[in-house]
Design a protein around this ligand. Structure first.
Ligand code: MRU
Length: 378
């Protein structure tokens, strides 16, 4: 098995938060439900633990969901090596566990994309002669560790491409940006996507100010993004979601930068609920709207946003905060966790690890990337 280049993944230069602690054979995640008051790591010992952590949102954010799911699986494989007598039995087990992990949350495509890659790998191995259980587990473990390292590297590229694009528009002058939900170290293997762009601007001393929305109903903005901004001493301000139009009217906002749970072939993008209205208001005010998305969040097999399954979550996220009622018991609630921003509103571009593309050119640019098995099975 490959020795990881770091003892713990997601420990980044500059002291950013560590969301995922992985050492061969052990996995711990920061329980994001308890932030910002309590900073506690919990063990993830197997696929079921990983599924539960994703479902209950102890870990969330599209890339982090896939990473924790896959890591949970390889941690389980390491402890259960002796349970498998043949390569075929371990391959079947891996394929089934991957299918199960995909069911935890439906909108983000990253877990599905990772499951597809790993399933193809074990399918290929299961057809080879004389393959051992150990060889299958080693190969899958190496692949997952590779994904983990690649996510951090991709986020750094996204950070660089996105920051350059925003700065080019602003003649390299310091910029103020607005972001939504949490797309930082807590939502990825490290560095972040949209927050990675903001981090890169800050590193280049070109970040005048970052505004983050609280992101109702689950408050990933106030609980997590504000926490990251504060932790890293970026110049930042928290606003309520309802203040966005007022902010754009009264402050000089150079760009809106958000993440993605799934970008589809025509550039339509599913992201945290509220993203769509930010894009509408940004268009009205002539502010460029950027989506930051690693290629693992891009689903080029879906033609447009109408086909994206939108997760609906418990009404309690609206009627209660930390179990304290803030609305009458029994009131009807509708709680879609994501919305779809139409491609035409993504005026800044879609920032991937390969560069910044217009929604219209994204598919052809990704298709042109060599050695990519992009097919995502339903
Ligand atoms: O419900 P969540 O917290 O998982 O939603 C997260 C988002 O919508 C993020 O913007 C998206 O996953 C990108 S994270 C890099």
């Amino acid at each position: 098995m490959k020795i990881c280049s770091q003892l713990f993944f997601s420990i980044m230069a500059g002291g950013t938060l560590i969301a995922i602690k992985y050492e061969q054979g052990t996995l711990q995640i920061l329980d994001q439900l308890l932030l910002p008051e309590t900073f506690v790591y919990v063990d993830v010992k197997d696929t079921v633990d990983a599924w539960n952590a994703i479902k209950t949102m102890k870990v969330r954010g599209a890339p982090a969901i896939a990473i924790v799911g896959c890591l949970g699986l390889i941690v389980e494989l390491k402890t259960r090596l002796n349970d498998f007598s043949t390569a075929t039995s371990v391959c079947d087990f891996i394929t089934n566990q991957l299918q199960y992990l995909v069911t935890a949350r439906p909108t983000a495509v990253n877990m599905k994309e990772a499951a597809c890659k790993l399933s193809l790998l074990v399918k290929e191995m299961s057809t080879q002669k004389d393959v051992t259980v150990e060889q299958v587990v080693t190969k899958v473990t190496d692949k997952v560790e590779e994904m983990l390292e690649k996510d951090v590297a991709d986020n750094k590229s996204i950070g660089k491409h996105g920051a350059n694009s925003i700065l080019q528009r602003c003649n390299n002058k310091p910029v103020s940006v607005l972001t939504h939900c949490n797309t930082g170290s807590l939502a990825t293997a490290g560095y972040g996507t949209a927050l990675g762009i903001i981090r890169s601007l800050h590193e280049q001393k070109r970040l005048e100010h970052v505004y983050c929305t609280e992101t109702r109903p689950y408050n990933q903005g106030s609980r997590l993004t504000a926490y990251e901004i504060f932790h890293e001493q970026m110049p930042g301000t928290l606003i309520c979601d309802s203040m966005v139009a007022m902010l754009m009217k009264s402050k000089k906002i150079s760009a809106v930068v958000v993440g993605a749970d799934r970008v589809v072939a025509n550039g339509d993008t599913a992201n945290k609920i509220g993203t769509y209205q930010l894009a509408v208001v940004a268009k009205y005010h002539g502010i460029p709207f950027y989506v930051a998305a690693p290629s693992t969040s891009c689903d080029m097999d879906l033609p447009n946003g109408e086909k994206i399954v939108i997760e609906e979550r418990s009404p309690k996220e609206i009627t209660r905060i930390k179990d304290v009622p803030i609305a009458p018991e029994g009131i009807n609630c509708w709680n879609p966790a994501f919305d779809v921003t139409p491609a035409e509103l993504i005026t800044g571009g879609i920032v991937t690890e390969y560069g910044v593309f217009s929604p219209a050119e994204l598919k052809s640019k990704l298709d042109a990337v060599p050695n990519k098995k992009r097919k995502i099975e339903a």
